[in-house]
Design a protein around this ligand. Structure first.
Ligand SMILES: Nc1ncnc2c1ncn2[C@@H]1O[C@H](COP(=O)(O)OP(=O)(O)OP(=O)(O)O)[C@@H](O)[C@H]1O
Length: 219
């Protein structure tokens, strides 16, 4: 059995008088893709922020590889919904710029190869499609050698072909041992994960579902 990389225990996040997340617990094993599925306002982003260590929970504990991610924010990679903007730079230059800010970075060629962007190295950032920009986001996370990824709606706004490419990359990464937590409102996207947790009004109503579309919709 694989080790648990992300361990979320009894998390509660309170905003003013309201709980955005209540009593949520789940675990994600090494190399596993876990999707948090929920409607708008269900608490997905809040939970993702807590798991990634950019927000401290009101109550509960989070461990990523045994450590509190809030104390060690350098250790994980997060890709949020809006990709960065790099006007005037080519794909290769964006990666090189990022590498200069990173300790012991992955090589540019390897980051582009893993995300399928090798053929676009000389293309200016402005010319990239939304899907290619999302892949470039992933390439930058890989440059930092993140072995845990937190992805908020990773294919929002992408067409089906681009979404498939992003997920093909995520599968390659998971097979290489990267642990991935995805927040999504899209049932089809959630079904691409290994396991699904369904979040409703801040409560994890189902925590351990596999990607059977009918069963997920029934939940
Ligand atoms: N900083 C904040 N202050 C007060 N309330 C907040 C704050 N951030 C989020 N909320 C509230 O917490 C609840 C959960 O929000 P969250 O953004 O986590 O949901 P979500 O599932 O990611 O939704 P979406 O799909 O719209 O991004 C919502 O009711 C939201 O209004």
């Amino acid at each position: 059995m694989k080790a648990n990389v992300i361990e979320v225990r009894e998390i509660r996040v309170r905003f003013g008088a309201d709980d955005a997340v209540r009593g949520v617990s789940f675990r994600v094993a090494e190399g596993e893709i876990y999707a948090l599925l929920g409607a708008r306002g269900a608490g997905k982003t809040t939970l993702l922020e807590v798991a990634a260590g950019t927000r401290r929970p009101t109550i509960g504990s989070v461990r990523v590889r045994g450590l509190d991610p809030y104390e060690r924010r350098d250790a994980v990679g997060a890709v949020w919904r809006d990709g960065g903007l790099f006007p005037g730079l080519t794909v290769a230059e964006v990666v090189d710029t990022w590498r200069r800010w990173t300790m012991d970075p992955l090589t540019r060629d390897e980051a582009l190869r893993l995300t399928g962007l090798s053929g676009l190295a000389d293309v200016p950032f402005e010319r990239l499609t939304d899907g290619q920009r999302r892949l470039l986001d992933l390439a930058l996370v890989l440059v930092g050698r993140s072995d845990v990824l937190f992805l908020d709606e990773p294919t929002a706004g992408l067409d089906e072909a681009a979404a498939r490419t992003v997920w093909a990359v995520l599968r390659v990464l998971a097979r290489a041992g990267v642990t991935i937590l995805v927040a999504t409102h899209d049932v089809d996207e959630a079904c691409r994960a290994d396991r699904i947790g369904v979040l409703d009004h801040g409560v994890l109503v189902v925590g351990d579902m596999t990607g059977d579309r009918n069963a997920v919709q029934a939940a």
